[in-house]
Design a protein. Sequence first.
Length: 238
Amino acid sequence: MRLDRYLSNLQYGSRKEVRRIIKAARVTVAGALQRDPGFDVPKGAAVALDGVVLDQDFAVYYLLNKPAGVVTANRDDHDRTVMDLIAPGDVRPGLYPVGRLDKDTTGLLLLTNDGTLGHNLLAPGRHVPKTYRATLAQPFTLVQRGPLEAGIAFKDFTSQPATVAVVPGTDARQVELTIGEGKYHQVKRMFLAVGNEVVALHRVAMGPLTLPADLPAGQYRSLEPAELAALKALLPKR
């Protein structure tokens, strides 16, 4: 692997930025100073920046604010996918979206190449909470709240009790719903079952992650260390 790609993969900057770092004589490979960004790093060789040996963990964790109109998939023959929103320099082997948001659903989506973490977040028995802000066709009522909080029996599954909160200042047209599953069209089906309809859906939280207010639609960032630690705390203890 090229040295500039190696450093970029470890999130030390863009390819342009790490080239400047390399040419500034700040990087050694196997103890030898290396100023060539195109140098082929031998497998297992120790790479150091400013004398500190770098961790060779190439796992990445991106928090994306998914916009409407893109599909949650690695590839699609007809539509743009969330992978098309990731800069080429940030793509890693095995990178994929954890879970699924409908094409018209927006908001928080985690992408990673850490298969163990992704599997545990989606495992049905873990019931990782997910919070959605639903914009409704009709004002939300107390009558509708009861079944949502009790659990609704569908033909294919019974939803777990949900947590419901009306968003202030929306004339009861927006509701935040927290569920522990992630069935196909689940939130939309739950509101239909109580006589209402979702006209817009936005995910604002998943487990310990919350969507940053300053992250524009279509943009993403790497998880902060505290966010990643909170996610990994959900993994089963060995």
